[in-house]
Design a protein around this ligand. Structure first.
Ligand code: 3PG
Ligand code: MG
Length: 406
Protein backbone atom coordinates (compact mmCIF):
# COMPACT_ATOMS: atom_id res chain seq x y z
CA UNK A 1 0.00 0.00 0.00
CA UNK A 2 1.08 3.53 -0.72
CA UNK A 3 2.54 5.04 2.45
CA UNK A 4 3.92 8.53 2.01
CA UNK A 5 6.96 9.05 4.16
CA UNK A 6 6.22 12.74 4.50
CA UNK A 7 2.83 12.07 5.97
CA UNK A 8 4.10 10.05 8.88
CA UNK A 9 5.45 13.36 10.11
CA UNK A 10 2.29 15.32 9.41
CA UNK A 11 0.17 16.32 12.35
CA UNK A 12 -3.29 16.16 10.88
CA UNK A 13 -6.55 17.10 12.58
CA UNK A 14 -7.85 13.49 12.56
CA UNK A 15 -6.15 12.58 15.79
CA UNK A 16 -7.36 15.65 17.71
CA UNK A 17 -10.65 16.27 19.46
CA UNK A 18 -11.64 19.93 19.12
CA UNK A 19 -14.40 19.75 21.77
CA UNK A 20 -14.56 23.08 23.60
CA UNK A 21 -11.66 24.52 21.57
CA UNK A 22 -11.51 27.62 19.41
CA UNK A 23 -9.60 26.59 16.31
CA UNK A 24 -7.83 29.38 14.43
CA UNK A 25 -7.77 28.07 10.87
CA UNK A 26 -5.61 29.61 8.12
CA UNK A 27 -7.43 28.93 4.88
CA UNK A 28 -6.68 30.08 1.34
CA UNK A 29 -9.90 31.84 0.36
CA UNK A 30 -8.04 33.81 -2.30
CA UNK A 31 -10.82 33.08 -4.81
CA UNK A 32 -11.57 34.88 -8.07
CA UNK A 33 -14.31 37.53 -7.75
CA UNK A 34 -16.33 39.16 -10.53
CA UNK A 35 -16.73 42.93 -10.95
CA UNK A 36 -19.79 42.61 -8.71
CA UNK A 37 -17.67 40.86 -6.06
CA UNK A 38 -19.33 37.52 -6.69
CA UNK A 39 -17.22 34.37 -6.42
CA UNK A 40 -16.59 32.92 -9.88
CA UNK A 41 -14.87 29.72 -8.72
CA UNK A 42 -15.38 28.43 -5.17
CA UNK A 43 -13.12 25.36 -5.43
CA UNK A 44 -10.81 26.62 -2.69
CA UNK A 45 -13.74 27.19 -0.32
CA UNK A 46 -15.33 23.82 -1.05
CA UNK A 47 -11.98 22.14 -0.39
CA UNK A 48 -11.86 23.37 3.22
CA UNK A 49 -15.30 22.03 4.20
CA UNK A 50 -14.02 18.74 5.67
CA UNK A 51 -11.69 20.65 8.00
CA UNK A 52 -14.37 23.07 9.17
CA UNK A 53 -16.95 20.31 9.56
CA UNK A 54 -14.60 18.11 11.60
CA UNK A 55 -13.91 20.96 14.07
CA UNK A 56 -17.60 21.77 14.41
CA UNK A 57 -18.66 18.11 14.66
CA UNK A 58 -16.19 17.63 17.51
CA UNK A 59 -17.86 20.47 19.40
CA UNK A 60 -15.34 23.21 18.69
CA UNK A 61 -15.68 26.62 17.10
CA UNK A 62 -13.85 27.98 14.07
CA UNK A 63 -12.09 31.25 13.41
CA UNK A 64 -11.23 31.43 9.72
CA UNK A 65 -8.48 33.73 8.47
CA UNK A 66 -7.30 34.33 4.90
CA UNK A 67 -5.88 36.80 2.47
CA UNK A 68 -7.69 37.88 -0.68
CA UNK A 69 -5.76 39.36 -3.58
CA UNK A 70 -2.78 41.62 -3.09
CA UNK A 71 -4.06 44.83 -1.47
CA UNK A 72 -1.29 47.37 -1.30
CA UNK A 73 -2.81 50.21 0.74
CA UNK A 74 -4.57 48.74 3.74
CA UNK A 75 -8.34 48.16 3.82
CA UNK A 76 -9.79 48.16 0.30
CA UNK A 77 -13.46 47.42 -0.43
CA UNK A 78 -12.61 45.24 -3.43
CA UNK A 79 -10.44 42.91 -1.35
CA UNK A 80 -12.74 42.68 1.68
CA UNK A 81 -13.53 39.17 2.86
CA UNK A 82 -17.02 40.38 3.73
CA UNK A 83 -17.91 39.44 0.14
CA UNK A 84 -17.43 35.82 1.14
CA UNK A 85 -19.69 35.80 4.21
CA UNK A 86 -22.98 35.06 2.48
CA UNK A 87 -21.70 32.48 0.00
CA UNK A 88 -19.79 30.76 2.79
CA UNK A 89 -22.90 30.68 4.99
CA UNK A 90 -24.84 29.10 2.14
CA UNK A 91 -22.12 26.52 1.43
CA UNK A 92 -21.77 25.60 5.10
CA UNK A 93 -25.47 25.74 5.87
CA UNK A 94 -24.92 27.87 8.98
CA UNK A 95 -24.66 31.64 9.35
CA UNK A 96 -21.03 32.74 9.39
CA UNK A 97 -20.07 35.73 11.57
CA UNK A 98 -17.66 38.39 10.35
CA UNK A 99 -15.00 40.45 12.14
CA UNK A 100 -14.21 43.60 10.17
CA UNK A 101 -10.63 43.62 11.46
CA UNK A 102 -8.42 40.55 11.84
CA UNK A 103 -6.77 41.79 15.04
CA UNK A 104 -7.73 44.23 17.80
CA UNK A 105 -10.20 44.34 20.67
CA UNK A 106 -13.33 43.68 18.67
CA UNK A 107 -11.92 40.62 16.86
CA UNK A 108 -10.70 39.29 20.22
CA UNK A 109 -14.15 39.80 21.74
CA UNK A 110 -15.91 38.15 18.85
CA UNK A 111 -13.55 35.17 18.95
CA UNK A 112 -13.83 34.81 22.73
CA UNK A 113 -17.62 34.88 22.69
CA UNK A 114 -18.00 32.27 19.93
CA UNK A 115 -20.35 29.47 20.97
CA UNK A 116 -19.72 25.83 20.14
CA UNK A 117 -20.33 25.20 16.48
CA UNK A 118 -20.05 28.85 15.50
CA UNK A 119 -17.84 30.15 12.70
CA UNK A 120 -16.18 33.55 12.52
CA UNK A 121 -14.48 34.87 9.39
CA UNK A 122 -11.81 37.53 9.87
CA UNK A 123 -11.19 40.46 7.54
CA UNK A 124 -8.35 40.19 4.99
CA UNK A 125 -5.01 39.55 6.70
CA UNK A 126 -3.17 41.50 3.99
CA UNK A 127 -4.87 44.72 5.06
CA UNK A 128 -1.87 44.74 7.39
CA UNK A 129 1.54 44.89 5.68
CA UNK A 130 2.81 42.94 8.69
CA UNK A 131 1.16 39.81 7.29
CA UNK A 132 3.41 39.54 4.22
CA UNK A 133 6.41 40.76 6.18
CA UNK A 134 6.00 37.85 8.57
CA UNK A 135 5.90 40.26 11.50
CA UNK A 136 6.11 38.37 14.80
CA UNK A 137 4.14 40.89 16.89
CA UNK A 138 1.28 40.72 14.36
CA UNK A 139 1.42 36.91 14.34
CA UNK A 140 1.26 36.92 18.13
CA UNK A 141 -1.86 39.12 18.06
CA UNK A 142 -3.52 36.69 15.65
CA UNK A 143 -2.52 33.74 17.80
CA UNK A 144 -4.55 35.13 20.73
CA UNK A 145 -7.74 34.46 18.78
CA UNK A 146 -7.57 30.67 19.03
CA UNK A 147 -6.60 27.83 21.36
CA UNK A 148 -5.09 25.81 18.54
CA UNK A 149 -3.81 26.68 15.04
CA UNK A 150 -4.76 24.70 11.96
CA UNK A 151 -2.96 25.45 8.73
CA UNK A 152 -5.13 24.46 5.79
CA UNK A 153 -3.91 27.07 3.31
CA UNK A 154 -1.97 24.89 0.89
CA UNK A 155 -2.24 27.54 -1.84
CA UNK A 156 -0.29 29.94 0.39
CA UNK A 157 2.09 27.40 1.91
CA UNK A 158 5.00 28.76 -0.17
CA UNK A 159 4.73 32.11 1.62
CA UNK A 160 6.53 32.62 4.94
CA UNK A 161 3.89 35.07 6.15
CA UNK A 162 2.70 35.87 9.67
CA UNK A 163 -0.45 33.70 9.52
CA UNK A 164 1.02 30.86 7.44
CA UNK A 165 4.33 30.27 9.20
CA UNK A 166 5.50 32.76 11.84
CA UNK A 167 2.38 32.23 13.97
CA UNK A 168 3.49 28.64 14.68
CA UNK A 169 5.90 29.77 17.36
CA UNK A 170 2.97 31.00 19.46
CA UNK A 171 1.38 27.56 19.62
CA UNK A 172 2.93 24.54 21.35
CA UNK A 173 3.78 21.72 18.91
CA UNK A 174 0.73 19.73 20.09
CA UNK A 175 -1.51 22.68 19.24
CA UNK A 176 -0.58 23.02 15.54
CA UNK A 177 -2.18 20.93 12.86
CA UNK A 178 -2.53 20.40 9.15
CA UNK A 179 -6.10 20.59 7.86
CA UNK A 180 -7.45 18.14 5.31
CA UNK A 181 -6.63 20.31 2.28
CA UNK A 182 -2.97 20.33 3.28
CA UNK A 183 -3.07 16.62 3.94
CA UNK A 184 -4.63 15.67 0.62
CA UNK A 185 -2.40 18.02 -1.37
CA UNK A 186 0.73 16.53 0.18
CA UNK A 187 -0.51 12.95 -0.28
CA UNK A 188 -1.26 13.68 -3.95
CA UNK A 189 2.04 15.44 -4.59
CA UNK A 190 4.10 12.78 -2.84
CA UNK A 191 2.33 10.06 -4.74
CA UNK A 192 3.73 11.66 -7.89
CA UNK A 193 7.08 12.85 -6.58
CA UNK A 194 8.08 9.94 -4.40
CA UNK A 195 5.96 6.93 -5.31
CA UNK A 196 5.41 7.30 -9.01
CA UNK A 197 4.71 4.19 -11.03
CA UNK A 198 6.58 4.27 -14.35
CA UNK A 199 6.15 5.39 -17.07
CA UNK A 200 5.85 8.79 -15.41
CA UNK A 201 5.06 11.64 -17.78
CA UNK A 202 5.35 15.26 -16.73
CA UNK A 203 3.49 17.70 -18.96
CA UNK A 204 4.91 21.18 -18.58
CA UNK A 205 3.50 24.19 -20.35
CA UNK A 206 2.86 27.88 -19.87
CA UNK A 207 4.48 30.97 -21.23
CA UNK A 208 7.87 31.21 -19.62
CA UNK A 209 10.82 28.85 -19.45
CA UNK A 210 12.26 30.85 -16.57
CA UNK A 211 9.24 29.96 -14.40
CA UNK A 212 9.65 26.26 -15.09
CA UNK A 213 13.38 25.55 -15.13
CA UNK A 214 13.54 24.28 -11.57
CA UNK A 215 10.53 22.02 -11.87
CA UNK A 216 11.83 20.48 -15.11
CA UNK A 217 15.21 19.99 -13.51
CA UNK A 218 13.75 18.29 -10.44
CA UNK A 219 11.54 16.08 -12.61
CA UNK A 220 14.47 14.87 -14.72
CA UNK A 221 15.40 12.69 -11.72
CA UNK A 222 11.92 11.20 -11.54
CA UNK A 223 10.05 11.21 -14.82
CA UNK A 224 10.54 8.94 -17.81
CA UNK A 225 9.02 11.47 -20.22
CA UNK A 226 8.70 15.25 -20.17
CA UNK A 227 6.29 16.88 -22.59
CA UNK A 228 6.94 20.56 -23.17
CA UNK A 229 4.25 22.75 -24.70
CA UNK A 230 2.92 26.27 -24.45
CA UNK A 231 4.91 29.42 -25.10
CA UNK A 232 7.97 28.03 -23.36
CA UNK A 233 8.41 25.37 -26.06
CA UNK A 234 9.67 27.97 -28.55
CA UNK A 235 12.71 28.85 -26.47
CA UNK A 236 13.61 25.14 -26.68
CA UNK A 237 12.89 25.11 -30.41
CA UNK A 238 15.20 28.06 -30.99
CA UNK A 239 17.83 26.51 -28.72
CA UNK A 240 17.83 23.49 -31.07
CA UNK A 241 18.35 25.78 -34.05
CA UNK A 242 14.75 26.16 -35.19
CA UNK A 243 13.14 29.21 -36.79
CA UNK A 244 10.36 30.42 -34.51
CA UNK A 245 9.24 33.69 -36.15
CA UNK A 246 7.90 36.07 -33.51
CA UNK A 247 6.88 33.33 -31.07
CA UNK A 248 7.60 33.87 -27.39
CA UNK A 249 11.26 33.41 -26.67
CA UNK A 250 13.50 34.13 -23.72
CA UNK A 251 16.82 34.69 -25.43
CA UNK A 252 18.65 34.80 -22.12
CA UNK A 253 17.46 31.25 -21.42
CA UNK A 254 18.65 29.58 -24.62
CA UNK A 255 21.70 28.13 -22.86
CA UNK A 256 19.55 26.88 -20.00
CA UNK A 257 17.22 25.22 -22.50
CA UNK A 258 20.20 23.54 -24.20
CA UNK A 259 21.53 22.39 -20.83
CA UNK A 260 18.16 20.91 -19.87
CA UNK A 261 17.98 19.03 -23.16
CA UNK A 262 21.48 17.65 -22.60
CA UNK A 263 20.74 16.68 -18.99
CA UNK A 264 17.61 14.84 -20.10
CA UNK A 265 19.68 12.95 -22.65
CA UNK A 266 22.28 12.04 -20.01
CA UNK A 267 19.61 10.82 -17.63
CA UNK A 268 17.70 8.86 -20.26
CA UNK A 269 14.57 11.01 -19.97
CA UNK A 270 12.67 11.58 -23.22
CA UNK A 271 11.82 15.19 -23.85
CA UNK A 272 8.93 15.71 -26.25
CA UNK A 273 8.66 19.08 -27.98
CA UNK A 274 5.69 19.93 -30.24
CA UNK A 275 6.50 18.89 -33.80
CA UNK A 276 3.98 21.36 -35.21
CA UNK A 277 2.14 24.44 -34.04
CA UNK A 278 -0.97 26.45 -34.75
CA UNK A 279 0.58 29.76 -35.73
CA UNK A 280 -1.05 33.17 -35.99
CA UNK A 281 -0.23 36.53 -37.56
CA UNK A 282 -1.13 38.34 -34.32
CA UNK A 283 -1.97 37.61 -30.69
CA UNK A 284 -5.73 37.84 -31.09
CA UNK A 285 -8.81 35.65 -31.28
CA UNK A 286 -9.50 36.82 -34.86
CA UNK A 287 -5.94 36.27 -36.13
CA UNK A 288 -5.17 34.47 -39.40
CA UNK A 289 -3.98 30.98 -38.46
CA UNK A 290 -2.20 28.05 -40.09
CA UNK A 291 -0.37 24.90 -39.03
CA UNK A 292 3.41 24.74 -39.52
CA UNK A 293 6.36 22.76 -38.13
CA UNK A 294 7.35 24.40 -34.82
CA UNK A 295 10.91 24.92 -36.08
CA UNK A 296 9.93 26.56 -39.37
CA UNK A 297 7.66 29.42 -38.38
CA UNK A 298 7.71 32.31 -40.89
CA UNK A 299 8.77 35.78 -39.81
CA UNK A 300 5.94 37.79 -38.31
CA UNK A 301 4.03 34.65 -37.26
CA UNK A 302 3.87 33.17 -33.78
CA UNK A 303 3.03 29.77 -32.32
CA UNK A 304 -0.03 30.01 -30.05
CA UNK A 305 -0.98 26.34 -29.67
CA UNK A 306 0.51 22.94 -30.33
CA UNK A 307 -0.50 21.50 -33.70
CA UNK A 308 -2.41 18.33 -34.63
CA UNK A 309 0.72 16.16 -35.07
CA UNK A 310 2.03 17.23 -31.67
CA UNK A 311 -1.38 16.49 -30.14
CA UNK A 312 -1.27 12.96 -31.52
CA UNK A 313 2.30 12.26 -30.40
CA UNK A 314 1.78 13.77 -26.93
CA UNK A 315 -1.51 11.90 -26.47
CA UNK A 316 0.18 8.61 -27.26
CA UNK A 317 2.89 9.22 -24.66
CA UNK A 318 0.26 10.18 -22.10
CA UNK A 319 -1.95 7.18 -22.79
CA UNK A 320 0.96 4.83 -22.03
CA UNK A 321 1.74 6.52 -18.71
CA UNK A 322 1.01 5.22 -15.24
CA UNK A 323 1.73 8.51 -13.47
CA UNK A 324 0.99 11.95 -14.92
CA UNK A 325 1.77 15.42 -13.64
CA UNK A 326 0.34 18.34 -15.58
CA UNK A 327 1.46 21.90 -14.97
CA UNK A 328 0.74 24.61 -17.53
CA UNK A 329 -1.43 24.82 -20.65
CA UNK A 330 -0.29 23.91 -24.18
CA UNK A 331 -1.52 27.10 -25.81
CA UNK A 332 -3.59 30.23 -25.38
CA UNK A 333 -6.64 28.18 -24.34
CA UNK A 334 -8.55 31.29 -23.27
CA UNK A 335 -9.10 31.92 -27.00
CA UNK A 336 -11.15 29.28 -28.76
CA UNK A 337 -8.92 29.08 -31.85
CA UNK A 338 -5.92 28.13 -29.69
CA UNK A 339 -7.49 25.67 -27.27
CA UNK A 340 -7.41 22.41 -29.22
CA UNK A 341 -3.96 21.46 -27.90
CA UNK A 342 -4.81 21.90 -24.24
CA UNK A 343 -8.11 20.09 -24.79
CA UNK A 344 -6.39 17.16 -26.52
CA UNK A 345 -4.01 16.83 -23.60
CA UNK A 346 -6.90 16.97 -21.12
CA UNK A 347 -8.61 14.24 -23.13
CA UNK A 348 -5.55 12.01 -23.11
CA UNK A 349 -4.97 12.55 -19.38
CA UNK A 350 -8.62 11.66 -18.70
CA UNK A 351 -8.33 8.53 -20.82
CA UNK A 352 -5.13 7.40 -19.10
CA UNK A 353 -6.75 8.04 -15.72
CA UNK A 354 -9.75 5.94 -16.70
CA UNK A 355 -7.33 3.13 -17.49
CA UNK A 356 -5.70 3.27 -14.09
CA UNK A 357 -3.04 6.00 -14.26
CA UNK A 358 -2.67 8.44 -11.39
CA UNK A 359 -2.94 12.02 -12.64
CA UNK A 360 -2.35 15.26 -10.81
CA UNK A 361 -3.10 18.67 -12.30
CA UNK A 362 -1.46 21.57 -10.51
CA UNK A 363 -0.74 25.18 -11.29
CA UNK A 364 -3.25 27.98 -11.80
CA UNK A 365 -3.67 27.95 -15.59
CA UNK A 366 -3.82 24.22 -16.18
CA UNK A 367 -6.33 23.90 -13.34
CA UNK A 368 -8.41 26.68 -14.93
CA UNK A 369 -8.25 24.83 -18.26
CA UNK A 370 -9.28 21.51 -16.74
CA UNK A 371 -12.22 23.19 -15.00
CA UNK A 372 -13.20 25.14 -18.10
CA UNK A 373 -13.30 22.02 -20.28
CA UNK A 374 -15.13 19.97 -17.63
CA UNK A 375 -12.34 17.48 -16.89
CA UNK A 376 -11.93 18.06 -13.15
CA UNK A 377 -13.73 14.82 -12.27
CA UNK A 378 -11.81 12.85 -14.88
CA UNK A 379 -8.36 13.31 -13.38
CA UNK A 380 -7.16 11.86 -10.08
CA UNK A 381 -6.40 15.10 -8.30
CA UNK A 382 -6.75 18.82 -9.02
CA UNK A 383 -4.55 20.94 -6.78
CA UNK A 384 -5.80 24.12 -5.07
CA UNK A 385 -2.26 25.47 -5.16
CA UNK A 386 -0.67 27.30 -8.07
CA UNK A 387 2.68 28.68 -6.95
CA UNK A 388 2.70 26.41 -3.91
CA UNK A 389 2.34 23.23 -5.95
CA UNK A 390 4.99 24.44 -8.38
CA UNK A 391 7.47 25.08 -5.57
CA UNK A 392 6.65 21.73 -3.98
CA UNK A 393 7.53 20.07 -7.28
CA UNK A 394 10.70 22.08 -7.49
CA UNK A 395 11.69 20.14 -4.38
CA UNK A 396 11.46 23.09 -2.01
CA UNK A 397 10.39 22.85 1.60
CA UNK A 398 7.28 25.00 1.90
CA UNK A 399 7.33 27.34 4.92
CA UNK A 400 3.64 26.63 5.69
CA UNK A 401 4.41 22.92 5.97
CA UNK A 402 7.66 23.31 7.87
CA UNK A 403 5.99 25.60 10.44
CA UNK A 404 3.49 22.95 11.53
CA UNK A 405 6.05 20.16 11.58
CA UNK A 406 8.76 21.92 13.56
C1 3PG B 1 -2.35 32.17 -4.83
O1 3PG B 1 -3.49 32.24 -5.33
O2 3PG B 1 -1.33 32.10 -5.52
C2 3PG B 1 -2.25 32.10 -3.34
O3 3PG B 1 -3.47 32.41 -2.74
C3 3PG B 1 -1.13 32.97 -2.83
O4 3PG B 1 -1.35 34.30 -3.19
P1 3PG B 1 -0.10 35.20 -3.60
O5 3PG B 1 0.48 34.63 -4.85
O6 3PG B 1 -0.68 36.59 -3.78
O7 3PG B 1 0.87 35.13 -2.45
MG1 MG C 1 0.23 33.28 -6.56
Amino acid sequence: MFQPTHLLLMKTIDSYNFAGKRALVRVDFNVPLSEKSEITDDTRIQATLPTIRKIIADGGSCILMSHLGRPKDGPTEKYSLKHLVNPLSVILGVPVKFADDCIGASALDQAASLQLGEILLLENLRFYKEEEKGDAAFAEKLSKLGDVWVNDAFGTAHRAHASTAVIAEFFAPDKRFFGTVMESEVIAADKVLKQSEKPFTAIIGGAKVSDKIMIVENLLDRATDVIIGGGMAYTFMKARGGKIGSSLCEDDRLDTARELLQKALDKGVSIHLPEDSVIADKFAADAETMVRPSDAIPDGWMGLDIGPKACGIFAEVIRKSKTILWNGPMGVFEMEVFQAGTKAIADAVAEATEHGAYSLVGGGDSVAAVNKFGYSDKVSYVSTGGGAMLEYFEGKVLPGIAAVNE
